[in-house]
Design a protein around this ligand. Structure first.
Ligand code: SAM
Length: 457
């Protein structure tokens, strides 16, 4: 692997850069693999993940990632595709350094409070699913992605996580100017030149150039300037990249402090983490941490105006007694509000209804809370999102599948099973829902979404 000389030269003056060790770790070809556990679907107790021994051929995690309660590193890469619990949303495959977002939040924000949070550049959903594990149920996450096709992938990953206190939007950063002083927290995990991931993706070396670094830096400034009005006075901005270039990291911090007048916040870093503080932020060097290259910095908005444009406007939805009876059979409805859009029923926590209504008049919403499905002739045609949600009722009939059947199901192939159940049934693997089937007298219809099916053999 031949790292670009211009990149190496540009890093000479950066805190913590050790040229020899940096080159060596890139040449080693070492693969660092890590996952982040979905705390709504399983847990880590005394360093052991509650479900790991139930997953065939899954390597026992060799260590916990130090800066998060949910991260585990693995010695070898299992086949995630052929693990049904991956599809059930029990964990997310994520690079370890990025999980430091947890410290940035825990150290700057009171997470026990109801918060309005925005993940501005959210696809494919690593930071957003992590945010959902950190914020309270009374907090809202707006998970935004400007590129439409990527917003769909983002929705798929959010759905797997199972939370209802989240909306997925597809807006340009400047659209958030309509939401002045609205958010308590904004995360900008900016599009960047990507040098932090060159070890993983050596082919990207060809695409790296100083010109692209300069372009990314300008774009990052534009994105930040566009979204900053949406942050409340006293609110926190978390900025991160997977680039090593100062122009996208420390220089952006300097610009944020000087031009946008927001206050840089310091974090406490444990010595054993081996994370390096630089001018305004924190660097993760792959020769020092068990992770890829990453940069993160925190800022607090002070001195802005306090006026909120937000005016609660609750549009009550009409659901008949019969419809409520059907919803109650399928959903743990306590504390939830239901909405209907083009015949499809969605749910969000009741306390977030006013916010969701307000945001729907300002943003292009791709997905709102949990999609429940459609009631036709007094029957619920359940949506895939309900199957994977954390609010599904345990009264719903379930059919447990073995590994082979689960893979057949996830390939959307024909499913055979001896069962006396009939009608809409939730299929599970190791007790975790994978999706829906409809059991008819002579066959079983597989309702796994076509676009999610496993294509590999
Ligand atoms: N936060 C994501 C995660 O943890 O999974 C990764 C985000 S990735 C580093 C940056 C995202 O910014 C990409 O999804 C990309 O499509 C989006 N993006 C690209 N150009 C953008 C722009 N001009 N404004 C906002 N977002 C943009």
């Amino acid at each position: 692997m031949q790292l670009p000389q211009a990149l190496l030269n540009s890093l000479e003056s950066v805190n913590g850069f050790n040229k020899e060790a940096f080159i060596k770790v890139h040449e080693s070809g070492e693969q660092v693999i890590s996952i982040r556990v979905n705390s709504y679907k399983s847990s880590i107790v005394n360093g052991e993940w509650s479900i790991v021994r139930q997953i065939p051929n899954f390597p026992l995690p060799n260590s916990k990632i130090l800066w998060t309660d949910f991260g585990l590193s693995l010695n070898t890469r299992p086949s995630f595709t052929f693990d049904p619990l991956f599809h059930a949303g029990c964990y997310y495959v994520q690079e370890a350094s990025s999980m430091f977002l947890e410290q940035a939040l825990k150290q700057t924000v009171d997470l026990s409070q109801p918060l309005r949070t925005l993940d501005l550049c959210a696809a494919p959903g690593g930071k957003s699913t992590h945010l959902l594990s950190l914020i309270s149920n009374e907090s809202l996450l707006v998970s935004n992605e400007v590129i439409r096709s990527r917003a769909n992938v983002l929705t798929d990953n959010i759905v797997k996580w199972g939370c209802s206190n989240v909306i997925v939007t597809n807006n340009d950063p400047r659209d958030f100017q309509r939401l002045e002083n609205y958010f308590d927290v904004i995360v900008v995990d900016a599009p960047c030149s990507g040098s932090g991931l060159l070890r993983r993706d050596p082919e990207a070396i060809e695409e790296w150039s100083e010109q692209n670094v300069a372009l990314c830096s300008q774009r990052q400034q534009r994105i930040l300037a566009d979204v900053l009005p949406a942050l409340k006075n006293g609110g926190v901005l978390i900025y991160s990249t997977c680039s090593y270039s100062k122009e996208e990291d420390e220089k952006i911090c300097e610009w944020l402090s000087d031009e946008l007048k927001i206050k840089n916040e310091k974090l406490k870093i444990d010595l054993e983490w081996n994370i390096i503080e630089t001018d305004g932020g924190y660097r993760f060097w792959p020769d020092k941490v068990k992770g890829e290259g990453f940069f993160i910095a925190c800022f607090r908005k002070t001195g802005g105006n306090d006026e909120e444009i937000y005016t609660p406007r609750i549009k009550p939805e009409k659901f008949s007694a019969k419809e409520m009876e059907i919803l109650n059979k399928n959903v743990n409805t306590e504390g939830l509000a239901f909405l209907r859009h083009e015949e499809i029923i969605y749910t969000v926590p009741e306390k977030l209804l006013a916010d969701v209504n307000f945001l729907s008049s300002k943003l292009r919403i791709v997905n709102c809370g949990t999609r429940i499905g459609e009631i036709i002739k007094d029957k619920l045609i359940p949506d895939h999102a309900l199957a994977l949600s954390n609010i599904i009722s345990d009264k719903i009939p379930r059919l447990e599948l073995d590994h082979e059947q689960a893979i057949q199901y996830l390939k959307k192939k024909e499913l055979r099973s001896q069962t006396d159940k009939k009608g809409w049934t939730l299929v599970t693997y190791q007790g975790h829902p994978l999706g829906w089937i409809n059991i008819l007298p002579n066959r079983i219809n597989n309702y796994y979404p076509k676009e999610l099916r496993i294509l590999k053999d």
